[in-house]
Design a protein around this ligand. Structure first.
Ligand code: ADP
Ligand code: LRH
Length: 480
């Protein structure tokens, strides 16, 4: 084919969107046709995803996309690690739990003590973080695990609802800590060591597989024919985002900056050295079986959750306003460790930030502007720290840092990141994840040749902004 009209469904932890793309060998046009909030719900005391609201958002978005242009292909990506459990009738046992739910407290520590870090890292190459599918599954009630026939990660679950086929797309499977990154298979050794039923996980499939048409009843509801193909993409959102980084060569680092900041480099092979384990770097899978060697920095969640707290306590402040005010705050007055677990759960974020500063003998930020400045300085610092380490541990030199995702709109954060890294930052595209999703669909349709071609299209068509580093010396004492 010489061109493709495709719909990308991209579900982030804070919002979902459907983007319509027109892609040709020299063309990449994107139109956001529907955006909807992703707000967790409480289901019997368990923080869960409102999967039916997400499903509604997906269907509304697809209908809308098709109204704007005759969609030929549909791809879905979402945040990692979370899943639904299906019974023998293919029905969900419960709405998928949220990775921030407290049921996993202490599980990771127990597993690490039982089977050992070296074994788990050697077997999977994955970082130790409490949200991993592995620990969530071990926190399920035994009777639920027994009843469950199949585990589907969120994008696989939605593909199943849309098209009826079952599988585990490789990039999202690689976020579970049940996948062997070196062998490229599910890790039988890990299932056995922790006593989880191997039957739960379906066979793996690749990004860029054309799965076939939508279910007949959905075709009529959405007004699409059986020629519209559901296509697997790099269905882990971060893998899609990295696929759309407008890099010119391999000497780049990326920050996929939204609810989380996913900070790292793209490699050809995993790094599972002792040092890498100690630094808790993860090896997740990208398009073309590349390795996303990165660390999860608790990203703009710190700010989102602070804004929510101020709103709930009657001090509502708008994002734009607080970002503007943060520019005028003194730099690097107080910093927190933006990778610490204590900032993971929902709750009073400004209070936790103040407590951290108090404990570490730093001035406590009291106003929203001061809290925001502390968050942005701390994120910039974490970005720089992780990129330095990634360079050292992987041997990949980094000449430029790409920031993609919602955070690319945060000019202060982009400048501070350039300053802290001592490297130029190229910011954009904001909707990199949806674009990466579209690019894989276009490759499956034979419209885009390869990864480099996709990145060249992004570079040529999307608006990007460059930030030169300033005042790098000021950051050095904080980096050592
Ligand atoms: P996710 O995919 O994790 O849901 P996004 O990539 O959509 O996240 O990024 C969301 C973040 O983008 C928000 O937390 C917010 O901090 C930031 N953001 C959104 N709009 C703007 C804006 N206009 N200016 C600065 N930052 C923004
Ligand atoms: C970002 C992300 C990240 C995962 C987290 C659960 O949206 O997919 O890569 O670690 O969500």
């Amino acid at each position: 084919a010489s061109s493709l009209i495709a719909a990308a469904v991209d579900l982030g932890a804070s919002s979902g969107r459907v983007v319509l793309g027109r892609i040709g060998p020299d063309q990449l046009e994107c139109q956001l046709v529907h955006r909807f909030p992703n707000e967790p719900i409480d289901v019997k005391g368990r923080l869960s995803w409102d999967i039916e609201a997400l499903w509604d958002g997906v269907l509304t978005g697809l209908r809308e996309a098709n109204r704007h242009g005759a969609v030929e292909s549909i791809g879905i990506d979402s945040w990692g690690v979370d899943y639904g459990l299906l019974d023998d009738q293919g029905m969900l046992l419960a709405p998928p739990a949220h990775y921030r739910d407290s049921r996993t407290t202490g599980v990771m520590e127990r597993v690490r003590a039982q089977v050992g870090d070296a074994f788990l890292y050697e077997a999977t190459g994955l970082q130790f973080i409490a949200i991993n599918t592995l620990y969530q599954l071990l926190a399920e009630r035994p009777e639920d695990l027994e009843r469950a026939q199949t585990l589907l990660l969120i994008p696989d679950l939605l593909c199943y609802r849309l098209g009826g086929t079952i599988g585990a797309e490789r990039t999202i499977a690689s976020t579970t800590q049940l996948y062997d990154v070196a062998a490229g298979t599910w890790s039988d050794a890990v299932f056995e060591a922790v006593g989880l039923p191997r039957r739960l996980v379906p066979p793996l499939r690749e990004p860029g597989e054309q799965l076939g048409p939508l279910r007949p009843e959905l075709r009529s509801r959405l007004g699409v024919t059986d020629r519209v193909l559901l296509t697997t993409v790099a269905s882990h959102d971060t893998a899609s985002a990295v696929a759309a980084v407008p890099a010119e060569d391999e000497h780049f680092a990326y920050i996929s900056c939204g609810t989380w900041s996913l900070v790292g480099v793209e490699l050809d092979a995993p790094v599972r050295t002792q040092e890498s384990l100690a630094a808790n770097f993860t090896n997740e899978v990208g398009v073309d079986k590349t390795i996303r060697y990165l660390r999860n920095v608790t990203g703009l969640w710190l700010l989102q959750e602070s804004l929510r707290h101020w709103r709930d306590t009657g001090d509502e402040v708008a994002l734009e306003q607080v970002l503007e005010a943060a520019q005028h705050e003194p730099p690097l007055r107080s910093v927190i460790d933006a990778e610490s677990d204590e900032f993971l759960p929902p709750g009073d974020m400004p209070g936790r930030i103040r407590a951290y500063c108090r404990r570490t003998g730093q001035p406590e930020p009291t106003t929203p502007a001061a809290v925001t400045r502390c968050v942005l300085d701390s994120l910039a610092l974490a970005h720089a720290r992780v990129i330095r380490l990634a360079e050292r541990l992987s041997g990949r030199r980094v000449d430029v840092v790409h920031i993609v995702g919602g955070g690319a709109q945060n000019t202060l954060l982009c400048q501070l990141t350039a300053d802290a890294c001592g490297r130029p930052v190229v910011a954009g595209p904001v909707e990199a994840t949806a674009i990466g999703n579209l690019l894989v669909q276009a490759r499956a349709a034979g419209v885009v040749r390869d990864r480099a071609h996709g990145r060249e299209l992004v570079r040529r068509t999307q608006s990007l902004r460059r930030y030169e580093p300033r005042d790098h010396e000021r950051w050095l004492p904080h980096l050592s």
